[in-house]
Design a protein around this ligand. Structure first.
Ligand SMILES: [Zn+2]
Ligand SMILES: [Zn+2]
Length: 275
């Protein structure tokens, strides 16, 4: 039995590239969960391009992709996820459907068209299966693996995802603004007992109240607080602000680690093996 998590993109908002963005990486949101060879992907930010190349090398021909929401930084990589152009690839894409959100098919098809891209959905030769999920409904990922969603507090709506094989549990809780007590409590309960929690730690305490309130994101300190309350083993601070340099992230990581010893800052390429 193996349950392996790999971070392919941990940056928020927009991909970045500079000598100051080397150690943590600059690709936007994409996380792979490999459960005994079954591939579950959360979000299709720019990091999914490299994952796609790797999946082709591995000969993988099936995957489930869970989308948190349709903001660009979470879907922009999909046209560059080369497995979608392979006729023998099976991709299931799941996202939350509310009155405020378009259905999963439209999130992708409305972005993959002229004049935004030269290609549209119909040149993706893979078997593309779009699913609209109601909050809290269990998604069957096959072989006993499941995912469940929980709505976060984010402009336009967004889902957190909890993925488990019945033994190990991974929770992806990104793009969330803390502060609504009922929502925070519901999500903390949702994350309860997770082995690994990815959390939206875009801002610092100093930035948040004065500059960033109402933007739909949270802080590393709130991530530590929720992770401790939820009895999470390992917290990965995620959705790093584009302007945050490697040395600033190392300083944040050190501060967070003092507050909660299970906290660290996510890095592109990082692998966590659970057993
Ligand atoms: Zn985002
Ligand atoms: Zn967002």
């Amino acid at each position: 039995m193996s349950f392996e998590i790999k971070i392919w993109g941990c940056r928020g908002s927009i991909p970045v590239s500079s000598p100051d963005h080397v150690r943590f990486g600059g690709s936007t949101a994409c996380v792979e969960i490999n459960i005994n060879g079954d591939i579950v992907i959360v979000d299709a930010g720019s990091g999914i391009r490299e994952l796609g190349t790797d999946l082709l090398k591995r000969g993988t021909r099936a995957a489930n992709l869970l989308l948190s929401h349709g903001h660009y930084d979470h879907i922009m990589g999909l046209p560059f996820f080369y497995p979608v152009y392979k006729a023998d690839m099976q991709l299931h894409i799941w996202s939350g459907h509310t009155n405020r959100n378009p259905c999963t098919h439209d999130i992708i098809s409305e972005f993959m068209r002229e004049p935004y891209l030269p290609v549209s959905l119909d040149i993706m030769h893979a078997s593309m299966n779009f699913h609209d999920v109601k909050e809290g409904a269990e998604v069957d990922l096959g072989n006993g693996n499941t995912a469940v969603s929980c709505a976060t507090n984010h402009p336009g709506g967004c889902f957190a995802w909890r993925v488990t094989d019945g033994k190990q549990t991974f929770v992806y809780w990104s793009d969330h603004e803390h502060g609504d007590d009922e929502t925070d409590a519901r999500l903390t309960k949702f994350a309860e007992g997770a082995d690994v929690l990815v959390y939206d730690a875009m801002y610092t305490d100093e930035e948040y109240p004065s500059l960033k309130k109402g933007f739909g994101h949270s802080t590393w300190r709130k991530g530590c607080e929720f992770a401790q309350k939820a009895g999470v083993r390992q917290l990965l601070l995620f959705h790093h602000a584009p302007e945050r340099t490697d040395s600033q992230l190392e300083a944040i990581e050190a501060r967070a680690h003092k507050v909660f010893s299970g906290a660290s800052a996510a890095r592109d390429g990082q692998i966590i093996k659970l057993d």
